[in-house]
Design a protein around this ligand. Sequence first.
Ligand code: FAD
Length: 311
Amino acid sequence: MMPPFEYASPATQADAFRLLADAGAMPLAGGTDLLSLMKDRIVEPRRLVNVKGIPELRAIRTGSDGVRIGAAVTLDEIAAHPQVRPYRAVVDAILGIAIPQVTSQATVGGNLLQRPRCWYFRNGMIPGADADLRYHAIFGNTGPAKYVHASGLAPALIAFGASALIAGPKGERTIRVDQLWRTPAATGEDERTLQPGEILREILLPPHGERGSATVEIRPQGNAAWPLAAAAVVLDPTGASVILGHVAPVPWRSAAAERAIAGKTIDVAVAAAAGAAAVADAKPLSGNAYKVRLAAAAVRRAVLAAAGKEL
Ligand SMILES: Cc1cc2nc3c(=O)[nH]c(=O)nc-3n(C[C@H](O)[C@H](O)[C@H](O)COP(=O)(O)OP(=O)(O)OC[C@H]3O[C@@H](n4cnc5c(N)ncnc54)[C@H](O)[C@@H]3O)c2cc1C
């Protein structure tokens, strides 16, 4: 049985900060991740603070600096928004989830700040020497964290150079989306960088301009399963961004793949070279070498799709 907890639904940020100030309080958005962790007693908050009633977190606004997406806007609302539609890699990532019960409830803030889907973490365990790591990291895995980052939206938002507005009792700060996480240096350390009492208020996507983009996720057995590897690619006249998902404890930028594309006309050979470059430094764990090939394929296909040259 779940331990008892308080529930609060503030209508203002100030009230949310007051309610989140107590140790043991946690923000709640769509609940599609947090409630399952509570049912499994992996997290046991003493108070849930619903952030969906705070107007600043519920709006999508456009201006000369781009598109601002409130952290509590749902994935369905984002994918359907006419100003977001040109950011194809973002829309691809949402459509990839393909479970209406999830995308109608889940929010962008919750998607970015969801916890790893690692079967050891979800069962309150730490992988040992004989661990089954078939779904785990092929990059950034030399420390204690072997899991992969779960957010499907993160690679696309990072590839577009999005930033995150963090609000807390001490004021506001803006960081790049990739700074929302760090690879844990110690066992049990949270991969998220938000400080206690802070909330993610909104994501700013810079103006779209003349960019092409795509996210490609490779999933087993159809859409209901989690991706094994993913890549978000954004091409613009001056260069490329290539961010891999589901391959490391944090979203993983491939500078080598970006260099393989820079200044080139995209064709099958260039896309294949980018895929090969992306995984040249991969360090698979026991049982997950197959993910190296999948990550290369995701990059190759995303590069072609971003250039409008799907096979
Ligand atoms: C069957 C199933 C399949 C799925 N498949 C995929 C998939 O393919 N790809 C994918 O990306 N995801 C997938 N998901 C995960 C899903 O996208 C996440 O559960 C969801 O995005 C979390 O959003 P939420 O609003 O429900 O967050 P919640 O569960 O409410 O919160 C998640 C975490 O974020 C914190 N949080 C939420 N909002 C804020 C905020 N504004 N500020 C600070 N902290 C905050 C909460 O405290 C909590 O720790 C799947 C989930 C299920 C159940």
